[in-house]
Design a protein around this ligand. Structure first.
Ligand code: PHB
Ligand code: FE
Length: 328
């Protein structure tokens, strides 16, 4: 094995807790019963194992997402769409001032491969990083089996609109998606379609609330409609968004049901900027220069509206586009 291969792989022998240890460039990853440890040349940091696995799961499933995925106030990834920076303290004012921050750039496929290996080895049987805490077992303790089925779920992605011919079939009891325990009051009837003569095969509609009521994952937007770069990505939320997302573009939220509280911070420093409480019907445009984390006291439905245009990050970064869509 070349040195590079060794740096990007993991130990074969498990540690005393039964878990493999991993290296990626000069970053190291290890875990014990309760914590994941991340090391880099100037620091060592720990994150509770359940929180680490929930964040890692989303970073992988979303292909490193738009902009920044902070696992917490210290460790995270920055997507350059082709390469990814793995950083420690990069978006933390105090680490920056103390020159304790550290960052390395990897080809997306390399960091993806290592992250997938960590997630697979460190996720025990019975723990589902996508599930709400009340709906899954424990992440803690010595190594105990694996849960490949849960961690290799992909987010559901329509190419046009859910229910359009050839696209993602609607979920149902029959295909393994029962209505969630907290959405039993959501009507399951489907819309009646009255198409103009001659257009019968071209008009489609579906009950988005019924669709979302059957989501078996939390904080995992699924694309339900695509119109050029406009993506409707609704999701069901419960407990805490496992990452703190620093965006590289404006992102719209439409609260469809129940309530989510958002902590909004400065993207670069983490300084607190706003607390936002969203109730059904509320709409928010999250600015392009913030980071945010959501809290949902009970399962709720949120529509995340993304503009996936690849030109946006450069336009925002250069100041050609303002960080907010509207100036009041
Ligand atoms: C976000 O960071 O904007 C985000 C991520 C996942 C969600 C909702 C919002 O489920
Ligand atoms: Fe976001």
């Amino acid at each position: 094995m070349s040195e590079r291969q060794v740096l990007e792989s993991g130990s074969i022998e498990p540690n005393a807790h039964g878990y493999r240890e991993f290296a990626l460039g000069r970053f190291g990853f290890s875990r014990d019963g309760y914590f994941a440890y991340v090391t880099w040349p100037t620091g060592k940091h720990l994150i509770p194992a359940d929180a680490f696995l929930r964040a890692l799961q989303r970073d992988i499933a979303w292909g490193f997402f738009y902009g920044i995925v902070n696992f917490d106030a210290v460790v995270g990834t920055l997507n350059h769409y082709g390469t990814v920076d793995l950083f420690a303290g990069r978006f933390n004012e105090h680490y920056r001032k103390a020159k304790m921050d550290y960052s390395e750039t990897f080809p997306t496929a390399v960091i993806q491969r290592v992250f997938e290996a960590v997630l697979e080895d460190w996720t025990n049987a019975g723990f589902d990083p996508f599930a709400a805490p009340e709906e899954t077992g424990s992440a803690f303790g010595p190594k105990n089996g694996s849960n490949k089925e849960a961690i290799t779920r992909h987010r559901v992605t329509a190419r046009r609109m859910v229910s359009a011919p050839g696209d993602e079939p609607l979920r149902s009891d029959a295909n393994g998606f029962p209505v969630n325990r907290q959405f039993r009051d959501v009507p399951q009837d489907e819309p009646e379609i009255l198409a103009e003569a001659g257009f019968e095969g071209e008009v489609v509609a579906f009950n988005l609330f019924a669709y979302l009521s059957r989501s078996d994952v939390t904080w995992n937007p699924s694309v339900v409609s695509v119109c050029q770069h406009s993506l409707y990505c609704p999701t069901t939320e419960e407990y805490v968004l496992p990452i703190i997302h620093g965006n590289d573009r404006v992102e719209w939220f439409v609260q469809l049901s129940d309530e989510i509280r958002w902590d909004v911070e400065d993207r670069e420093t983490g300084a607190v900027r706003a607390k936002v409480v969203m109730r059904p019907g509320d709409v928010a445009a999250m600015p392009a220069d913030i980071r945010h984390r959501g809290y949902a006291p009970k399962r709720s439905m949120l529509l995340v509206w993304e503009n996936a245009s690849p030109e946006l990050p450069a336009l925002v970064a250069s100041g050609k586009l303002p960080p907010t869509p509207v100036t009041f």
